[in-house]
Design a protein around this ligand. Structure first.
Ligand code: ACO
Ligand code: ZN
Length: 396
Protein backbone atom coordinates (compact mmCIF):
# COMPACT_ATOMS: atom_id res chain seq x y z
CA UNK A 1 0.00 0.00 0.00
CA UNK A 2 2.67 2.44 1.04
CA UNK A 3 4.50 1.65 -2.17
CA UNK A 4 1.25 2.26 -4.09
CA UNK A 5 0.75 5.71 -2.48
CA UNK A 6 4.34 6.70 -3.11
CA UNK A 7 3.90 5.74 -6.72
CA UNK A 8 0.69 7.78 -6.97
CA UNK A 9 2.41 10.78 -5.41
CA UNK A 10 5.37 10.47 -7.76
CA UNK A 11 3.03 10.24 -10.73
CA UNK A 12 1.14 13.36 -9.57
CA UNK A 13 4.41 15.24 -9.19
CA UNK A 14 5.50 14.06 -12.59
CA UNK A 15 2.19 15.16 -14.13
CA UNK A 16 2.55 18.61 -12.57
CA UNK A 17 6.11 18.92 -13.81
CA UNK A 18 5.09 17.75 -17.26
CA UNK A 19 2.19 20.22 -17.37
CA UNK A 20 4.60 23.00 -16.41
CA UNK A 21 7.06 21.90 -19.08
CA UNK A 22 4.31 21.69 -21.67
CA UNK A 23 3.15 25.21 -20.88
CA UNK A 24 6.71 26.51 -21.12
CA UNK A 25 7.19 24.65 -24.38
CA UNK A 26 3.90 26.03 -25.75
CA UNK A 27 4.84 29.59 -24.87
CA UNK A 28 8.33 29.14 -26.38
CA UNK A 29 6.74 27.68 -29.50
CA UNK A 30 4.38 30.62 -29.85
CA UNK A 31 7.30 33.01 -29.51
CA UNK A 32 9.23 31.03 -32.11
CA UNK A 33 6.28 31.02 -34.45
CA UNK A 34 6.04 34.80 -34.08
CA UNK A 35 9.79 35.09 -34.75
CA UNK A 36 9.49 32.85 -37.77
CA UNK A 37 6.68 34.92 -39.17
CA UNK A 38 8.72 38.09 -38.71
CA UNK A 39 11.72 36.46 -40.33
CA UNK A 40 9.58 35.33 -43.27
CA UNK A 41 8.50 38.89 -43.77
CA UNK A 42 11.81 40.63 -43.25
CA UNK A 43 14.62 38.35 -44.32
CA UNK A 44 15.81 36.95 -47.60
CA UNK A 45 18.85 35.24 -46.06
CA UNK A 46 19.30 31.55 -46.79
CA UNK A 47 20.56 30.51 -43.38
CA UNK A 48 20.84 31.97 -39.94
CA UNK A 49 20.83 30.73 -36.41
CA UNK A 50 18.27 31.29 -33.75
CA UNK A 51 18.57 29.74 -30.28
CA UNK A 52 21.21 27.31 -31.55
CA UNK A 53 18.96 26.04 -34.34
CA UNK A 54 20.25 26.37 -37.87
CA UNK A 55 17.38 27.46 -40.04
CA UNK A 56 17.91 26.31 -43.60
CA UNK A 57 15.98 28.51 -45.95
CA UNK A 58 16.40 26.83 -49.29
CA UNK A 59 13.12 27.37 -51.01
CA UNK A 60 11.99 25.45 -54.02
CA UNK A 61 11.79 28.80 -55.84
CA UNK A 62 15.60 28.90 -55.93
CA UNK A 63 15.68 26.11 -58.44
CA UNK A 64 12.58 26.56 -60.55
CA UNK A 65 14.42 28.93 -62.87
CA UNK A 66 16.82 26.13 -63.68
CA UNK A 67 14.12 23.75 -64.65
CA UNK A 68 13.34 24.50 -68.24
CA UNK A 69 15.73 22.09 -70.02
CA UNK A 70 15.01 19.44 -67.46
CA UNK A 71 11.25 19.82 -67.79
CA UNK A 72 11.47 19.47 -71.51
CA UNK A 73 13.27 16.24 -71.24
CA UNK A 74 11.25 14.81 -68.37
CA UNK A 75 8.05 15.48 -70.20
CA UNK A 76 9.32 13.58 -73.18
CA UNK A 77 9.98 10.60 -70.98
CA UNK A 78 7.83 7.63 -71.72
CA UNK A 79 7.54 6.36 -68.17
CA UNK A 80 5.37 7.54 -65.36
CA UNK A 81 5.38 6.89 -61.64
CA UNK A 82 2.25 4.84 -61.14
CA UNK A 83 2.51 4.14 -57.45
CA UNK A 84 0.36 5.79 -54.85
CA UNK A 85 0.54 6.38 -51.16
CA UNK A 86 -1.74 4.19 -49.20
CA UNK A 87 -3.53 5.64 -46.20
CA UNK A 88 -0.89 6.01 -43.56
CA UNK A 89 -2.89 7.40 -40.70
CA UNK A 90 -3.63 3.95 -39.38
CA UNK A 91 -0.02 2.87 -39.61
CA UNK A 92 1.33 5.93 -37.86
CA UNK A 93 4.67 5.31 -36.21
CA UNK A 94 4.95 8.68 -34.63
CA UNK A 95 5.58 9.26 -30.95
CA UNK A 96 2.52 9.60 -28.78
CA UNK A 97 1.09 13.08 -29.02
CA UNK A 98 -0.05 14.32 -25.66
CA UNK A 99 -0.50 17.94 -26.49
CA UNK A 100 -2.01 18.18 -29.92
CA UNK A 101 -4.80 20.47 -28.76
CA UNK A 102 -2.69 22.59 -26.49
CA UNK A 103 0.10 23.02 -28.99
CA UNK A 104 -1.84 24.09 -32.06
CA UNK A 105 -0.46 27.49 -32.98
CA UNK A 106 -2.01 27.93 -36.41
CA UNK A 107 -5.56 28.13 -37.62
CA UNK A 108 -6.51 24.94 -39.39
CA UNK A 109 -7.85 24.56 -42.87
CA UNK A 110 -9.52 21.23 -43.33
CA UNK A 111 -7.54 18.87 -45.54
CA UNK A 112 -4.61 21.23 -46.27
CA UNK A 113 -1.14 20.40 -45.01
CA UNK A 114 0.23 23.10 -42.79
CA UNK A 115 3.74 21.76 -42.48
CA UNK A 116 6.10 24.55 -43.49
CA UNK A 117 9.31 23.25 -41.93
CA UNK A 118 10.77 20.31 -40.11
CA UNK A 119 13.08 20.31 -37.13
CA UNK A 120 15.71 17.73 -37.92
CA UNK A 121 18.58 17.44 -35.45
CA UNK A 122 19.95 20.94 -35.04
CA UNK A 123 18.39 22.15 -38.30
CA UNK A 124 15.07 23.67 -39.14
CA UNK A 125 14.46 22.94 -42.81
CA UNK A 126 11.75 24.51 -44.91
CA UNK A 127 9.73 21.93 -46.82
CA UNK A 128 9.08 22.06 -50.56
CA UNK A 129 6.00 19.89 -50.95
CA UNK A 130 3.37 18.22 -48.85
CA UNK A 131 3.51 14.65 -47.61
CA UNK A 132 0.69 12.38 -46.45
CA UNK A 133 1.45 12.51 -42.75
CA UNK A 134 -1.54 11.66 -40.59
CA UNK A 135 -3.92 14.60 -40.44
CA UNK A 136 -3.15 15.61 -36.86
CA UNK A 137 0.53 16.05 -37.81
CA UNK A 138 -0.21 17.81 -41.06
CA UNK A 139 -2.03 20.45 -39.04
CA UNK A 140 1.28 21.64 -37.53
CA UNK A 141 3.46 24.25 -39.20
CA UNK A 142 6.58 22.69 -37.72
CA UNK A 143 7.04 18.93 -37.59
CA UNK A 144 9.78 17.38 -35.46
CA UNK A 145 11.65 14.43 -36.95
CA UNK A 146 14.26 12.39 -35.11
CA UNK A 147 17.40 12.48 -37.28
CA UNK A 148 18.36 8.94 -36.28
CA UNK A 149 15.16 6.84 -36.26
CA UNK A 150 13.14 9.30 -38.46
CA UNK A 151 10.08 9.18 -36.22
CA UNK A 152 7.90 12.23 -36.57
CA UNK A 153 6.55 14.17 -33.63
CA UNK A 154 4.08 17.00 -33.22
CA UNK A 155 5.82 19.17 -30.66
CA UNK A 156 9.06 20.26 -29.11
CA UNK A 157 8.11 18.63 -25.84
CA UNK A 158 7.44 15.21 -27.37
CA UNK A 159 10.63 15.55 -29.38
CA UNK A 160 12.61 16.44 -26.26
CA UNK A 161 11.29 13.38 -24.45
CA UNK A 162 12.01 11.19 -27.47
CA UNK A 163 15.61 12.41 -27.71
CA UNK A 164 16.21 11.30 -24.13
CA UNK A 165 15.14 7.75 -24.82
CA UNK A 166 15.88 7.17 -28.52
CA UNK A 167 18.54 4.45 -28.61
CA UNK A 168 19.47 4.87 -32.27
CA UNK A 169 22.62 6.65 -33.34
CA UNK A 170 22.75 5.35 -36.92
CA UNK A 171 20.29 3.91 -39.45
CA UNK A 172 19.21 0.31 -38.99
CA UNK A 173 20.53 -2.36 -41.37
CA UNK A 174 24.07 -3.14 -42.48
CA UNK A 175 26.84 -0.65 -42.90
CA UNK A 176 28.14 -1.63 -46.32
CA UNK A 177 30.51 1.25 -46.99
CA UNK A 178 32.74 3.40 -44.82
CA UNK A 179 35.42 5.83 -45.91
CA UNK A 180 36.47 8.39 -43.32
CA UNK A 181 33.35 9.91 -41.79
CA UNK A 182 31.08 8.87 -44.66
CA UNK A 183 29.06 5.66 -44.38
CA UNK A 184 26.31 3.96 -46.36
CA UNK A 185 23.79 1.66 -44.69
CA UNK A 186 21.64 -0.87 -46.54
CA UNK A 187 18.17 -1.03 -44.99
CA UNK A 188 15.68 -3.69 -46.01
CA UNK A 189 12.10 -2.43 -46.26
CA UNK A 190 10.84 -5.80 -45.07
CA UNK A 191 12.99 -5.87 -41.95
CA UNK A 192 12.64 -2.21 -41.00
CA UNK A 193 9.27 -1.08 -42.37
CA UNK A 194 8.74 1.77 -39.88
CA UNK A 195 12.08 3.36 -40.59
CA UNK A 196 11.55 3.05 -44.35
CA UNK A 197 7.99 4.40 -44.28
CA UNK A 198 9.16 7.38 -42.25
CA UNK A 199 11.96 7.86 -44.73
CA UNK A 200 9.50 7.87 -47.66
CA UNK A 201 7.39 10.48 -45.89
CA UNK A 202 10.42 12.64 -45.21
CA UNK A 203 11.53 12.32 -48.85
CA UNK A 204 8.07 13.28 -50.08
CA UNK A 205 8.48 16.69 -48.41
CA UNK A 206 11.15 17.42 -51.05
CA UNK A 207 9.77 15.51 -54.01
CA UNK A 208 7.07 17.05 -56.15
CA UNK A 209 5.60 14.92 -58.85
CA UNK A 210 7.00 11.60 -57.85
CA UNK A 211 4.79 9.37 -55.76
CA UNK A 212 6.17 6.59 -53.64
CA UNK A 213 5.12 3.12 -52.75
CA UNK A 214 4.00 3.10 -49.15
CA UNK A 215 4.52 -0.59 -49.31
CA UNK A 216 8.24 -0.49 -48.58
CA UNK A 217 8.80 -4.25 -48.43
CA UNK A 218 9.92 -4.65 -52.07
CA UNK A 219 12.62 -1.99 -51.67
CA UNK A 220 16.12 -1.64 -50.32
CA UNK A 221 17.16 1.75 -49.00
CA UNK A 222 20.73 3.03 -49.09
CA UNK A 223 21.31 5.69 -46.47
CA UNK A 224 24.26 8.06 -46.68
CA UNK A 225 25.47 9.41 -43.33
CA UNK A 226 28.21 11.59 -41.94
CA UNK A 227 29.65 10.55 -38.60
CA UNK A 228 30.68 12.74 -35.68
CA UNK A 229 30.89 12.16 -31.93
CA UNK A 230 27.07 12.16 -31.64
CA UNK A 231 26.41 9.48 -34.26
CA UNK A 232 25.84 8.94 -37.98
CA UNK A 233 23.84 11.89 -39.27
CA UNK A 234 21.45 11.42 -42.18
CA UNK A 235 22.59 13.18 -45.36
CA UNK A 236 20.58 11.52 -48.13
CA UNK A 237 19.48 8.20 -49.58
CA UNK A 238 18.29 6.31 -52.59
CA UNK A 239 15.92 3.39 -52.82
CA UNK A 240 16.01 0.47 -55.18
CA UNK A 241 13.60 -2.30 -56.01
CA UNK A 242 14.81 -5.73 -54.90
CA UNK A 243 13.33 -7.69 -57.80
CA UNK A 244 13.70 -5.41 -60.71
CA UNK A 245 12.35 -6.63 -63.99
CA UNK A 246 13.20 -3.35 -65.72
CA UNK A 247 16.68 -1.86 -65.70
CA UNK A 248 15.97 0.68 -62.94
CA UNK A 249 18.77 0.87 -60.42
CA UNK A 250 17.35 3.81 -58.44
CA UNK A 251 13.75 4.36 -57.55
CA UNK A 252 13.99 7.55 -55.49
CA UNK A 253 16.99 9.68 -54.58
CA UNK A 254 17.28 12.56 -52.15
CA UNK A 255 19.88 14.77 -50.55
CA UNK A 256 18.46 16.80 -47.68
CA UNK A 257 18.36 20.48 -48.72
CA UNK A 258 20.85 21.40 -45.97
CA UNK A 259 23.43 19.15 -47.68
CA UNK A 260 22.65 19.84 -51.33
CA UNK A 261 25.15 21.17 -53.90
CA UNK A 262 28.08 19.63 -52.04
CA UNK A 263 28.48 16.57 -54.24
CA UNK A 264 26.50 14.11 -52.10
CA UNK A 265 23.88 13.54 -54.81
CA UNK A 266 26.67 12.72 -57.21
CA UNK A 267 28.14 10.37 -54.61
CA UNK A 268 24.79 8.58 -54.19
CA UNK A 269 24.36 8.23 -57.96
CA UNK A 270 27.90 6.93 -58.25
CA UNK A 271 27.17 4.47 -55.46
CA UNK A 272 24.04 3.20 -57.21
CA UNK A 273 26.08 2.48 -60.35
CA UNK A 274 28.78 0.78 -58.30
CA UNK A 275 26.12 -1.64 -56.97
CA UNK A 276 24.83 -2.15 -60.51
CA UNK A 277 28.30 -2.95 -61.84
CA UNK A 278 28.90 -5.30 -58.92
CA UNK A 279 25.72 -7.11 -59.94
CA UNK A 280 27.13 -7.35 -63.47
CA UNK A 281 24.28 -5.25 -64.89
CA UNK A 282 23.52 -1.88 -66.39
CA UNK A 283 20.93 0.44 -64.87
CA UNK A 284 19.12 3.74 -65.12
CA UNK A 285 17.05 5.81 -62.67
CA UNK A 286 13.30 5.36 -62.56
CA UNK A 287 11.39 7.86 -64.72
CA UNK A 288 10.12 10.53 -64.70
CA UNK A 289 13.07 12.32 -63.17
CA UNK A 290 12.49 15.53 -61.26
CA UNK A 291 14.18 18.68 -62.59
CA UNK A 292 16.91 18.38 -60.00
CA UNK A 293 17.19 14.66 -60.61
CA UNK A 294 17.72 15.21 -64.31
CA UNK A 295 20.31 17.96 -63.77
CA UNK A 296 22.21 15.72 -61.37
CA UNK A 297 22.07 12.63 -63.59
CA UNK A 298 23.08 14.54 -66.71
CA UNK A 299 26.00 15.91 -64.78
CA UNK A 300 26.97 12.44 -63.54
CA UNK A 301 26.68 10.83 -66.98
CA UNK A 302 28.82 13.55 -68.54
CA UNK A 303 31.63 13.36 -65.99
CA UNK A 304 31.61 9.58 -65.86
CA UNK A 305 32.17 9.51 -69.60
CA UNK A 306 34.91 12.12 -69.30
CA UNK A 307 36.83 9.78 -66.98
CA UNK A 308 36.05 6.76 -69.12
CA UNK A 309 37.21 8.45 -72.32
CA UNK A 310 40.25 9.83 -70.57
CA UNK A 311 41.21 6.29 -69.56
CA UNK A 312 40.68 5.01 -73.08
CA UNK A 313 42.09 7.82 -75.17
CA UNK A 314 44.15 10.27 -73.24
CA UNK A 315 47.40 8.71 -72.26
CA UNK A 316 50.77 10.44 -72.07
CA UNK A 317 52.64 10.18 -75.34
CA UNK A 318 49.58 9.24 -77.36
CA UNK A 319 49.51 10.96 -80.75
CA UNK A 320 46.56 13.29 -81.32
CA UNK A 321 45.69 11.85 -84.68
CA UNK A 322 45.71 8.25 -83.46
CA UNK A 323 42.30 6.67 -84.04
CA UNK A 324 40.99 4.16 -81.55
CA UNK A 325 37.67 2.47 -81.49
CA UNK A 326 35.13 2.20 -78.75
CA UNK A 327 31.49 1.25 -78.92
CA UNK A 328 28.53 2.50 -76.93
CA UNK A 329 28.05 -1.04 -75.65
CA UNK A 330 31.62 -1.12 -74.39
CA UNK A 331 31.16 2.18 -72.56
CA UNK A 332 27.90 0.85 -71.16
CA UNK A 333 29.59 -2.31 -69.87
CA UNK A 334 32.42 -0.33 -68.24
CA UNK A 335 30.21 2.23 -66.51
CA UNK A 336 27.01 0.32 -65.71
CA UNK A 337 25.06 3.02 -67.57
CA UNK A 338 22.45 2.05 -70.16
CA UNK A 339 23.23 2.80 -73.84
CA UNK A 340 20.60 5.59 -73.86
CA UNK A 341 22.29 7.32 -70.94
CA UNK A 342 25.68 6.87 -72.59
CA UNK A 343 24.37 8.71 -75.65
CA UNK A 344 23.01 11.46 -73.40
CA UNK A 345 26.43 11.84 -71.75
CA UNK A 346 28.26 11.82 -75.08
CA UNK A 347 25.94 14.48 -76.46
CA UNK A 348 26.76 16.71 -73.49
CA UNK A 349 30.40 16.44 -74.57
CA UNK A 350 29.57 17.12 -78.23
CA UNK A 351 31.06 13.73 -78.90
CA UNK A 352 28.37 12.29 -81.19
CA UNK A 353 28.91 13.17 -84.84
CA UNK A 354 26.89 12.20 -87.88
CA UNK A 355 28.44 11.56 -91.24
CA UNK A 356 26.25 13.66 -93.58
CA UNK A 357 26.93 11.35 -96.53
CA UNK A 358 26.40 7.93 -95.03
CA UNK A 359 24.08 9.02 -92.19
CA UNK A 360 26.06 6.92 -89.73
CA UNK A 361 27.10 8.12 -86.30
CA UNK A 362 30.51 8.08 -84.67
CA UNK A 363 32.09 9.07 -81.37
CA UNK A 364 34.60 11.88 -81.66
CA UNK A 365 36.60 12.73 -78.57
CA UNK A 366 37.76 16.28 -77.99
CA UNK A 367 40.68 15.62 -75.68
CA UNK A 368 41.15 19.23 -74.63
CA UNK A 369 37.48 19.54 -73.70
CA UNK A 370 37.57 16.36 -71.68
CA UNK A 371 40.65 17.39 -69.76
CA UNK A 372 39.13 20.80 -69.10
CA UNK A 373 35.89 19.23 -67.81
CA UNK A 374 37.78 16.90 -65.49
CA UNK A 375 39.92 19.73 -64.11
CA UNK A 376 36.74 21.77 -63.55
CA UNK A 377 35.03 18.93 -61.68
CA UNK A 378 38.03 18.08 -59.54
CA UNK A 379 38.49 21.72 -58.54
CA UNK A 380 35.21 21.42 -56.62
CA UNK A 381 36.80 19.01 -54.17
CA UNK A 382 33.67 16.87 -53.71
CA UNK A 383 33.91 13.52 -51.95
CA UNK A 384 34.91 10.64 -54.14
CA UNK A 385 33.52 7.16 -54.01
CA UNK A 386 36.17 4.58 -53.12
CA UNK A 387 34.88 1.34 -54.71
CA UNK A 388 37.23 -0.89 -52.70
CA UNK A 389 35.54 0.26 -49.46
CA UNK A 390 32.29 -1.44 -50.46
CA UNK A 391 31.56 -4.66 -48.57
CA UNK A 392 28.47 -6.00 -50.24
CA UNK A 393 26.93 -8.82 -52.17
CA UNK A 394 23.63 -8.50 -53.95
CA UNK A 395 20.75 -10.06 -51.99
CA UNK A 396 19.04 -11.09 -55.22
N1 ACO B 1 20.80 23.57 -59.85
C1 ACO B 1 21.64 23.34 -60.88
N2 ACO B 1 22.38 22.22 -60.98
C2 ACO B 1 22.21 21.28 -60.04
C3 ACO B 1 21.34 21.45 -58.95
C4 ACO B 1 20.61 22.67 -58.87
N3 ACO B 1 19.78 22.93 -57.87
N4 ACO B 1 21.41 20.37 -58.14
C5 ACO B 1 22.29 19.52 -58.72
N5 ACO B 1 22.76 20.07 -59.87
C6 ACO B 1 23.74 19.48 -60.79
C7 ACO B 1 24.97 20.36 -60.78
O1 ACO B 1 25.68 20.15 -61.98
C8 ACO B 1 25.73 19.79 -59.60
O2 ACO B 1 27.10 20.08 -59.61
P1 ACO B 1 27.59 21.50 -59.00
O3 ACO B 1 26.85 21.72 -57.72
O4 ACO B 1 29.04 21.31 -58.77
O5 ACO B 1 27.26 22.53 -60.03
C9 ACO B 1 25.52 18.32 -59.81
O6 ACO B 1 24.18 18.21 -60.27
C10 ACO B 1 25.75 17.45 -58.61
O7 ACO B 1 25.11 18.03 -57.50
P2 ACO B 1 25.19 17.35 -56.09
O8 ACO B 1 25.65 18.38 -55.10
O9 ACO B 1 25.98 16.11 -56.17
O10 ACO B 1 23.68 16.95 -55.87
P3 ACO B 1 22.81 17.16 -54.56
O11 ACO B 1 23.50 16.59 -53.37
O12 ACO B 1 22.40 18.57 -54.48
O13 ACO B 1 21.57 16.19 -54.86
C11 ACO B 1 19.44 15.69 -55.75
C12 ACO B 1 20.88 16.16 -56.07
C13 ACO B 1 19.49 14.35 -55.04
C14 ACO B 1 18.65 15.55 -57.04
C15 ACO B 1 18.82 16.80 -54.84
O14 ACO B 1 18.70 17.98 -55.57
C16 ACO B 1 17.48 16.43 -54.26
O15 ACO B 1 17.39 15.68 -53.30
N6 ACO B 1 16.39 17.00 -54.84
C17 ACO B 1 15.05 16.78 -54.30
C18 ACO B 1 14.57 15.38 -54.56
C19 ACO B 1 14.67 15.03 -56.03
O16 ACO B 1 14.27 15.77 -56.91
N7 ACO B 1 15.22 13.82 -56.30
C20 ACO B 1 15.34 13.24 -57.63
C21 ACO B 1 14.05 12.65 -58.06
S1 ACO B 1 14.21 11.63 -59.47
C22 ACO B 1 14.49 10.08 -58.82
O17 ACO B 1 14.31 9.88 -57.65
C23 ACO B 1 14.96 8.96 -59.70
ZN1 ZN C 1 14.70 8.56 -32.61
Amino acid sequence: MIFGKTLLLTQQQETQTETRKRKQAASKRKQRHRNRRQLHESSSEDEYTEDGVVIARQRRAHVTSLSSPASESSSSSSFSGDAEFSDVSSASSACSDEELEEGSDVELLAGASKIRAIRFGKYEIETWYTAPYPEEYNRRSLLYICEFCLKYMPSEYVNWRHQIKCPMRHPPGDEIYRAGKVSVFEVDGRKNPMYCQNLCLLAKLFLGSKTLYYDVEPFLFYILTETDEHGCHFVGYFSKEKQNTSSYNVSCILTLPIHQRKGYGNFLISFSYLLTRTEGKTGTPEKPLSDLGLLSYRNYWKYTLCYELQDLFIRPGQADEEIKKVSIMELSGNTGMTPDDIVCGLEALNAVVRDPETGTYAIRVDRALIELQIAHWEAKGYINLEPDKLIWTSMV
